[in-house]
Write a protein that binds this ligand. Structure first.
Ligand code: NDP
Ligand SMILES: O=C(O)C1=N[C@H](C(=O)O)C[C@H](O)C1
Length: 267
C-alpha cells in the first residue's frame, strides 16, 4: 500500500484529495499538512473533508516525520512551492505537484529539485484534458497553418491565476507543434481598435464565475469550417484521482521531471 501525504490539506483540492485517498484501493493517506499557523491544526482529516471521523489529525509539514510517507502530493499556491520542494528534497521523497500559476523562478526550482527526486508536474490531472492535449497537437498539425487558434477557459470565482495552467499547457503544446514561441504569439484578451487578426497568434480568453470546476475549449477556425475541442470537469475528484494515480506510478521512479502524459502512457 502506497503511503501518501498531502500539502495544503485545507484547500479545495486538499479536502477532495482526502476523500479520494479514503476511497483509493492501492494508496492510503498517511499525513495531511496545513500551515503551522492554520486554525485547522489538529482537526481530524475526515472532519476536514466532510466524510466523518477517520482517526488521523492534520499536522504541519515542518515538524512532521517526513520519513513516513512514500510519496507527497502538493496542490497549494505558488508561494508555498519552494518550501515544499525543499522538504521533499531534504527527505528524498517523490512528489506530485498540481499547483498552477508558477513564475520563472518557481519553474526553475521545480527543474532543480527534479535532479534530486522524481517529480510529476501537470497543470491538469484529468484523463480527458490529457487526451485533449494530444488531440490539440494532432489538429494543429493538420489545420494550424491556416486556422485561427483560440483557447477559452472558465473557472470558479476563487481561482487566483489566469489564464489557467491547463490553457497555458494547451497553448504551449500547439505552439510547440507549429514551431511558434508562445511568449511572443500569445494574445491575452482584446479590447478597442485591435485591427484584423494575425493568423500566427494564439488567443486566450478567461471566464471567472460562480462554482465552475474547470472548462477548456480550443478552437481551430478556418474560412468555411471550425473545429472545437472541449473538456468540462464536473468534479474535483477527477483531478484528485489522477494525482493519486500519478503518486502510485511515481513511487519507484528515478529522479526526473515527469508529467501526466508519462503516467497515462500518452507521451
Ligand atoms: N493540476 C490540476 O489538476 C489542478 C490544479 N489546481 C491548482 O491547485 C492549486 C490549489 O487549488 P485550490 O485547492 O482550489 O486552492 P485553495 O486556495 O483552495 O487551496 C490552497 C491551499 O494552499 C495553502 N497555501 C497557500 N499558500 C500557502 C503557503 N505559502 N504555505 C502553505 N500553504 C499554503 C492554503 O492554506 P490555507 O488554507 O491556510 O490558506 C490552502 O489550503 C491552484 O494552483 C490550482 O490552480 C487545482 C485543481 C486541479
Ligand atoms: O484552480 C482550479 O480550480 C483548477 N486549476 C487548474 C488549472 O489552472 O488549469 C486545473 C483545473 O482546471 C482546475
Amino acid at each position: 500500500m502506497n503511503k501518501i501525504a498531502i500539502f495544503g490539506a485545507n484547500g479545495r483540492m486538499g479536502r477532495v484529495l482526502i476523500d479520494a485517498l479514503d476511497q483509493a484501493q492501492d494508496a492510503i493517506l498517511s499525513a495531511a499538512y496545513v500551515r503551522a499557523s492554520s486554525s485547522m491544526m489538529g482537526v481530524d482529516i475526515g472532519e476536514l473533508a466532510g466524510i466523518g471521523q477517520r482517526g488521523l489529525n492534520v499536522s504541519d509539514a515542518i515538524t512532521a516525520d517526513l520519513s513516513l510517507p512514500d510519496v507527497l502530493i502538493d496542490f497549494t499556491l505558488p508561494d508555498a512551492l519552494e518550501a515544499n520542494l525543499a522538504l521533499c528534497v531534504k527527505h528524498k521523497k517523490p512528489v506530485v505537484i498540481g499547483t498552477t500559476g508558477l513564475n520563472k523562478a518557481q519553474k526553475e526550482a521545480l527543474n532543480n529539485a527534479s535532479q534530486h527526486i522524481p517529480i510529476v508536474f501537470a497543470a491538469n490531472y484529468s484523463v480527458g484534458v490529457n487526451l485533449l492535449l494530444n488531440l490539440a497537437r494532432q489538429t494543429a498539425r493538420v489545420m494550424g497553418d491556416t486556422a485561427d487558434i483560440e483557447i477559452i477557459e472558465g473557472h470558479h470565482r476563487f481561482k487566483k491565476d489566469a489564464p489557467s495552467g491547463t490553457a497555458v499547457a494547451i497553448g504551449e503544446t500547439i505552439a510547440d507543434e507549429l514551431g511558434r514561441d508562445l511568449a511572443t504569439c500569445a494574445v491575452y484578451g482584446r479590447e478597442g481598435d485591435t485591427g484584423e487578426r494575425n493568423q500566427k497568434t494564439i488567443g486566450f480568453a478567461t471566464i471567472r464565475a460562480g462554482d465552475i470546476v474547470g472548462e477548456h475549449t480550443v478552437l481551430f477556425a478556418d474560412i468555411g469550417e471550425r473545429l472545437e475541442l472541449t473538456h468540462k470537469a464536473s468534479s474535483r475528484l477527477t483531478f484528485a484521482n489522477g494525482a493519486v494515480k500519478a503518486a502510485t506510478w511515481l513511487k519507484d521512479k528515478p529522479a526526473g521531471l515527469y508529467d501526466m502524459q508519462d503516467v497515462l502512457g500518452l507521451a
